[in-house]
Design a protein around this ligand. Structure first.
Ligand code: NAD
Length: 484
């Protein structure tokens, strides 16, 4: 990869027990720049054998890592955090080249990713325990917090940096060691994090990174009893598959899965604020986020005005390579993503929706798609039932608050929801009625390291970030002391 200030951040090998390695078979997987369709490089296509070696390396590193004081682990995490910010330009360029998002958004993701490392470096010192009053005078009862053990970390392509740090930082702070399997579409951001972890002085074997196609690696992570926990971010079908696979050795699970976020604009909303929120929530990362507004529900009284204001903003968005100045919408990750977006839009148009944004000429390349606003969306359309994962803003019209809540909750997913109102009473009613793990009132921004992130229903299990995030990597041991 060209134009990196520190070229060694671009690694094309897997990291196992402190060694950078190719696959034993010599097989590789090509990684493609979605903006240009050119091959950036390759990574090893590892098998179950190398995955087992990575798990063994994590197991060997576990006992000494667990024994370190919390302050020592915190200091290493802090050093890793500082290196991320020091190398933010290189990390952002690697991210944009393999994933496509605009460079400014990539820089934002690196800062967001690093914020989890700092947060959990701080939280490491606050892993406490409990003393419990004993039922008899000759006993004492303590609750000790201990690390879960070796963790398998499986992450998606849409946030190739932050989805990793959001898991690794609490895992390492708690005293766990990890085997990370990044998405085969975006492995270089993960490998760069591995280089920086080494530079920070995190011991060999604490962080192992296995690359390649998911089936063989996933099968070993699931079957190997040394792996005590799997933390996964990705689609609901793969999450469900991992849950079944983890049952064999009763592993703990954290699952951050798909969403189908409603974004509700009531008649009494501040429309400019709502449009701003919709732009952030719908179009960040080209609409390829799990918390992105998938169904924009607008009350009849402000429907036309909201549609007009949103359309004006979307028409002004520039589409192009993420490395070009001023670009708001980069290429989509692959042609399958484009096919899904097209399928949803064609289905909506065939069922009565209208594209109200202006026609535009797109840059050359199969993975560019125009950001659009669709009016006349209904719940009979595919885009109401599934995440579109693209820059398509469908506007559904509703009449009453009850109707909006029923539509919003009418999904098996429960990750994020947003609503806009200036009424205090409505704010409480709707906030409490929405069946989602995260709710934004008058804001489209709900991701921060200080608040719990996660979903209910088929959007997953567990929470990341906040004070809760580290609990996912800790076991409670009841320690009874008798005969006093
Ligand atoms: P995906 O489920 O296809 O892949 C996610 C990861 O799982 C990748 O690393 C992939 O290689 C791996 N994987 C696939 N099959 C596997 C198997 N059999 N065994 C082990 N690993 C396997 O998801 P994606 O397309 O990379 O990401 C998009 C999805 O992620 C969307 O549904 C989105 O909503 C979701 N997502 C959720 C959150 C959240 O926090 N809830 C955040 C980002 C993305």
């Amino acid at each position: 990869m060209q134009n990196l200030k520190v070229p060694s951040l671009f690694r094309q090998q897997a990291l196992i027990g402190g060694d950078w390695q190719p696959a034993h078979s010599g097989k590789t997987v090509a990684v493609v720049d979605p903006a240009t369709q050119t091959v950036i490089g390759t990574v090893p296509d590892l098998s179950g054998d190398e995955t087992r070696a990575a798990i063994e390396a994590a197991e060997a590193a576990y006992a000494p890592w667990k024994k370190r004081t919390h302050a020592e682990r915190a200091a290493l995490l802090q050093a890793w955090h500082d290196l991320m910010l020091e190398h933010i330009e290189d990390l952002a360029l690697i991210l944009t080249t393999e994933q496509g998002k605009p460079l400014d958004e990539a820089r934002g993701e690196i800062r967001y990713g690093a914020s989890f490392v700092k947060w959990f470096a701080e939280e490491a010192r606050r892993i406490g325990g409990q003393t419990i009053p004993s039922p008899t005078p000759d006993r004492r009862i303590l609750v000790l917090k201990e690390p879960v053990g070796v963790c398998g970390i499986i992450t998606p392509w849409n946030f190739p940096n932050a989805m990793i740090t959001r898991k690794l930082a609490p895992a390492l702070a708690a005293g766990c060691t990890v085997v990370v399997k990044p998405s085969e579409f975006t492995p270089y951001s993960a490998l760069a994090l591995g280089v920086l972890a080494e530079m920070a002085g995190i011991p060999a074997g604490v962080v192992n990174i296995v690359t390649g196609m998911p089936a063989a690696i996933g099968a070993e992570i699931l079957a190997n009893p040394t792996v005590r926990k799997i933390s996964f971010t990705g689609s609901t079908p793969v999450g469900s598959l991992l849950m079944r696979g983890a049952a064999g050795s009763i592993k703990r699970l954290s699952l951050e899965l798909g969403g189908n976020a409603p974004f509700i604009v009531f008649d009494d909303a501040d429309l400019d604020l709502a449009v701003e929120g919709a732009i952030i929530s719908k179009f960040r990362n080209g609409g390829q986020t799990c918390v992105c507004a998938n169904r924009i529900l607008v009350q009849a009284g402000v429907y036309d005005a909201f549609a007009k204001k949103l359309t004006a903003r979307v028409d002004a968005m520039k589409v192009g390579p993420g490395t070009e100045a001023g670009v708001a919408i980069g290429p989509m990750i692959n042609e399958a993503a484009i096919a899904k977006i097209n399928r949803h839009v064609e289905d909506a148009l065939s069922k009565g929706a209208t594209i109200v944004t202006a026609r535009r000429t797109l840059p050359t390349g199969p993975q560019y798609t125009a950001p659009i606003v669709l009016t006349g969306a209904t719940t009979a359309m595919q885009l109401a039932a599934e995440e579109t994962f693209g820059p398509v803003a469908p506007l559904f019209r509703f009449e009453t608050e009850d109707e909006a809540i029923a539509i919003a909750n009418g999904t098996p997913y429960g990750l994020a929801a947003y609503f806009y109102t200036e009424s205090l009473k409505r704010a409480w009613r709707v906030g409490e009625a929405l069946e989602f793990g995260m709710v934004g009132l008058n804001t489209g921004l709900i991701s921060t390291e200080v608040a719990p992130f996660g979903g209910v229903k088929q959007s997953g299990l567990g929470r990341e970030g906040s004070q809760l995030g580290i609990e996912e990597y800790l076991e409670a041991k009841a320690f009874h002391i008798g005969g006093l």
